[in-house]
Design a protein around this ligand. Structure first.
Ligand code: SF4
Length: 502
């Protein structure tokens, strides 16, 4: 076995009630059984049930050369839906976390005062975080980086929305929001954990043959998505028309990709600087990275104002998809009114669960309510609804899709599950069929030298993760009738049977 080529062999138990951190060995046996990421998170929730745990973990391939392998996962009960959810963090935090020397963190208990957890060089420390309470996520990130003198530090944060107890608070990844639709920002804030700060200066050994196999897959992935750049590629698939485009083009400065990813699906908008500027800017905060297609789409009805309002949501740490749904329903149509209302929504602890807005157990839907398979993926609520509930027709060759909506939903759920077990970006896995379970199994085999590991085991683990998570479901609220296309009830029963009984 070659655990040191994928993990540090270290689990951290962080008890926020006492402020104490303990370590446990991950061990070959647990890693071999659960593989990693969301599946191992779920097992740790079961093994350490005291103190309302929330588990933050890295995938089996996180921080390796595999395409898109920069992803980590939070697994916890959502305060919004009541469902156990696996929420991906896709920017740099997964990599920094793995290279800080910790593979999994079980956060237990509750601190009376706001604290931060600082992980670096195989060390963990709980310390006060009172100063971050009122600051926007950008300011907090800047302050922490200044304090430690390192611009590569990253931080999960609850933002002012989490500090204020808003159910719409999301986990923000450093400065620019995230994909949390489950209110996990509130879950962290209720534990008193206002920031998880990470810096990874370690490394993983590279197995023989791993790099060339990764490079080959990277090249084929890039080829399949050739010419696709920016968040517009994803928005276009969900917006009824291109009305979101002019405002986006007006601010677009560049497109960027995460670690080891050949598809730059993120767009940096210059909001306080000329987007045509090529030279480095003196402005300390020229704009905002637009990373969250659902959030951007939900606010796009605001026309030219929406990138600014999106940025406001990310600074407060409030779910922009839910905010967009509410603002639109209230007839708010400009930045000034939107900014005021967003602050008020946070203060009044507005929730979707008892609102008139269509929602999946309190979670904002994607547009296009008529697609049955997309409705099924969202109804399952197993993964963050910030991830698209469909494969994205962006690649050549395209996905070969089953016609049955249950099978189609299963394809999306199982690719997402595989990504969150291995630490590979689910957005990338939903964008190209080139990264198959078989190709991923080859990389896993090379890295771990595990006997018998192969495509079938990866697929079975993905299915089992969905089934085990669905079995834990104790949802709040309901699925709005307006989100159930014809045939929904029978198809939903079929999907549950496939995973819960199958
Ligand atoms: S597909 Fe987009 S979100 Fe995923 S790793 Fe690549 S750049 Fe990041």
């Amino acid at each position: 076995m070659a655990l040191e080529k994928v993990f540090n062999n270290r689990i951290l138990l962080a008890d926020l009630t006492t402020g104490k951190c303990e370590e446990r060995e991950l061990g070959d046996k647990l890693a071999r059984e659960q593989l990693g990421g969301a599946a191992l998170n779920l097992e740790l929730l079961r093994r350490f049930p005291e103190g309302e745990p929330l588990v933050i973990g890295t995938g089996l391939l996180t921080s390796t050369f595999c395409p898109g392998a920069g992803v980590g996962v939070v697994t916890a009960k959502s305060p919004r839906s009541g469902l156990v959810v696996h929420h991906p963090f896709i920017g740099m935090i997964g990599i920094e976390l793995k290279l800080s020397g910790f593979d999994f963190i079980v956060v237990r208990g509750r601190s009376e005062k706001p604290v931060r957890l600082w992980l670096h060089d195989e060390l963990a420390e709980v310390s006060p975080a009172g100063e971050v309470k009122e600051l926007g996520t950008n300011q907090v990130t800047g302050r922490i980086r200044d304090e430690y003198g390192d611009m590569n530090i990253h931080a999960f944060q609850v933002g002012p929305a989490g500090a204020a107890g808003s159910p719409l608070a999301m986990i923000s990844e450093s400065c620019f929001g995230g994909y949390d639709r489950a209110g996990l920002g509130l879950a962290l804030a209720e534990k008193g954990l206002y920031a998880l700060v990470v810096r990874g200066l370690g490394n993983l050994e590279v197995a023989d043959g791993f790099f060339p196999e990764s490079a080959k897959l990277m090249q084929e992935t890039a080829q399949s998505l050739k010419g696709k750049t920016g968040i517009k590629e994803i928005l276009r698939l969900w917006a009824k028309e291109d009305s979101f485009l002019p405002a986006l083009e007006k601010v677009t400065h560049r497109h960027s990709a995460c670690y080891s990813c050949p598809f730059p699906c993120r767009t940096f908008g210059f909001l306080r600087e000329d987007p045509a500027r090529k030279l480095e800017t003196d402005a300390s905060n020229p704009g905002c990275l637009l990373i969250d297609p659902q959030g951007v789409l939900a606010l796009s009805f605001l026309g030219n104002d929406y990138p600014h309002v999106y940025e406001h949501c990310t600074q407060l740490g409030v779910d922009p998809a839910a905010v967009g749904l509410i603002l639109k329903a209230e007839g708010i149509g400009d930045k000034e009114a939107a900014d005021k209302r967003i602050e008020a929504l946070v203060k009044e602890k507005k929730d979707l669960i008892n609102s008139n807005q269509n929602n999946f157990h309190g979670v904002t839907p994607w547009p296009d309510g008529g697609d049955l398979s997309a409705a099924l993926v969202q109804a399952a609520g197993v993964f963050s609804n910030g991830i698209p509930p469909a494969v994205l027709p962006l690649s050549t060759p395209p996905f070969s899709l089953p016609s049955d909506p249950v099978e189609k939903a299963a394809l999306v759920l199982e690719r997402t599950a595989l990504g969150l077990i291995l630490g590979v970006c689910p957005l990338l896995l939903l964008s190209t069929p080139v990264i198959t379970p078989a190709r991923l199994a080859t990389l896993v085999k090379l890295a771990t030298e595990w006997d018998g590991i192969g495509e079938e085991e990866l697929k079975a683990k993905a299915k089992s993760l969905i089934g085990q998570t669905l079995k834990l479901a104790a949802p709040r609220g309901a699925i709005s009738e307006g989100l159930k296309p014809a045939g929904f009830d029978a198809a939903w029963a079929g999907l549950k049977k496939r995973y819960v009984e199958g």
